[in-house]
Design a protein around this ligand. Structure first.
Ligand SMILES: Nc1ncnc2c1ncn2[C@@H]1O[C@H](COP(=O)(O)OP(=O)(O)OP(=O)(O)O)[C@@H](O)[C@H]1O
Ligand SMILES: [Mg+2]
Length: 330
C-alpha cells in the first residue's frame, strides 16, 4: 500500500538582496521530482552535496512548501489526500504521526532543556498513544531498551550523551509513535566511524522487525546499497537514475551514477565490470543550472542534443529508469 507520491515536485528558494530584499533569483533545489514510496519499502537517495536530497525530505514532510507539482498522501485506510499546499485538517494528526524524520546532527534536533524521558514522551503525548501513565512509562522503557540505552538514563539531558547515544535518543523519539515512514537524512555522517555501523545496524533491526518504510539519505553508497530496495540518484535537483538496488549497482547506466561508483574503485558489491568514468570539478550552481541535461557540462559521453533538450526518464530494464539521451530509442 502506498504512503506518499510526488508528481513533478519543484522547490525553488528565492534569493533576496538589496535594501528592499527584492527577489533576484532562485536556488533551484528540486526540479520535477516524481517518486512513490509504499509500506515496508526502503528508498535510498544519493548524490553530491547540494543536489537536493534534504530539500526533498523536508518538502515531503511539509517543513518546506513546494513551489510547484503535487504531493499525495495515502492515509492508513488507503484514501488519498492532496497535501501539496496544506494538510487537510482531518489528516493532519495522522500525517504528522505517520511521517517522522531523523536529521544529520542529533544535537540540534534534541531540546537541551528536556530529559531523555520527556523527549521521547512528547510525541507520545501529542498523539495520545496512552492514557495510562504506567503503561506509558513501561513503553518508554521498552523503547530505550530497543535502541540500546540504559533505562537509568531516562532522567538525564542530551548534553550528557555522546553523538551516537544522542542519535539513539532521536531514533527512539521518532519511532515512538510507530510511523509508517521514517526519513533518515544522513543519520550517521556526524558520528565516529565505529559508531556509524552501530546506528545503521539499529536502523536495520527496526526495518526487519516492523513494516516501516524508510527513505535513507546518505553519501555512503555502501550503506545505501545494503539498506535499500530502490535507489534514486540525484543531480542538481533532478532524479537522473532510479532503479532497484541490485540493478543500479549491477548495471548503472547514467554517466553520473557510473562516475559516483568509479569514485570508490575498491568497492564492488555486485562484482560488476564497470567502465571507469571520471568525475571532474564541482556540480554547477543550482541558481543557474545548465540547459538541457543538467550533467552535460561534466559528461564525457555528451551528444549534440545534450545541451539542448533535457532527457526524460527512459526505462532501460524492468523498473530501471535513466534520464540520459544515450538510451533514447533510435
Ligand atoms: N532553506 C534554504 N534556503 C535557501 N536555499 C536552500 C535552503 N535549503 C537548501 N538550499 C539550497 O538548495 C540546494 C539543495 O540543498 P540540500 O540541502 O537539499 O542539498 P543536499 O543534497 O541535502 O546536500 P548535502 O549532501 O550537503 O546535505 C543547495 O544549493 C542549498 O544551498
Ligand atoms: Mg542534506
Amino acid at each position: 500500500m502506498k504512503i506518499l507520491t510526488t508528481s513533478n515536485l519543484k522547490k525553488h528558494f528565492p534569493i533576496r538582496s538589496g535594501v528592499f530584499l527584492q527577489v533576484t533569483g532562485y536556488v533551484k533545489a528540486l526540479e520535477k521530482v516524481n517518486f512513490a514510496i509504499s509500506e515496508g519499502e526502503t528508498i535510498g537517495i544519493v548524490g553530491e552535496s547540494g543536489c537536493g536530497k534534504s530539500t526533498l525530505g523536508k518538502t515531503i514532510v511539509k517543513i518546506y512548501e513546494p513551489t510547484d507539482g503535487k504531493i499525495t498522501y495515502f492515509d492508513p485506510s488507503g484514501q488519498s489526500h492532496d497535501i501539496t499546499k496544506s494538510l487537510p485538517r482531518k489528516v493532519k494528526a495522522t500525517f504528522r504521526k505517520d511521517l517522522q524524520m531523523i536529521f544529520q546532527n542529533p544535537f540540534d534536533s534534541l531540546d537541551p532543556r528536556m530529559t531523555v524521558k520527556d523527549i521521547i514522551k512528547e510525541p507520545i503525548d501529542t498523539h495520545r498513544l496512552f492514557d495510562n501513565e504506567k503503561s506509558k512509562d513501561e513503553y518508554i522503557r521498552e523503547l530505550l531498551n530497543k535502541v540500546g540505552l540504559d533505562t537509568e538514563y531516562a532522567g538525564r539531558y542530551p548534553h550528557e550523551f555522546s553523538g551516537g547515544q544522542r542519535q539513539r535518543i532521536a531514533i527512539a523519539r521518532s519511532i515512538s509513535v510507530r510511523p509508517r515512514l521514517l526519513i533518515c537524512d544522513e543519520p550517521t555522517s556526524a558520528l565516529d566511524v565505529s559508531v556509524q555501523s552501530q546506528i545503521i545496524n539499529l536502523l536495520k533491526e527496526i526495518q526487519r522487525e516492523t513494516n516501516m518504510a524508510f527513505i535513507f539519505i546518505s553519501h555512503n553508497l555502501d550503506v545505501v546499497y545494503h539498506m535499500s530496495d530502490r535507489i534514486l540518484v540525484m543531480y542538481l535537483g533532478n532524479i537522473v537514475e532510479s532503479a532497484p538496488s541490485t540493478s543500479l549497482f549491477g548495471k548503472p547506466t547514467h554517466p553520473y551514477t557510473k562516475a559516483l561508483m568509479s569514485a570508490i574503485p575498491s568497492w564492488n558489491p555486485t562484482k560488476r565490470k564497470l567502465d571507469k568514468v571520471k568525475l571532474e570539478g564541482e556540480p554547477p550552481s543550482p541558481i543557474n543550472p545548465p540547459s538541457g541535461c543538467p550533467f552535460h557540462p561534466r559528461c564525457q559521453y555528451r551528444l549534440e542534443i545534450c545541451d539542448k533538450i533535457k532527457p526524460e526518464p527512459i526505462e532501460v530494464s524492468e523498473g530501471h529508469f535513466s534520464s540520459c539521451h544515450l538510451y533514447a530509442k533510435q
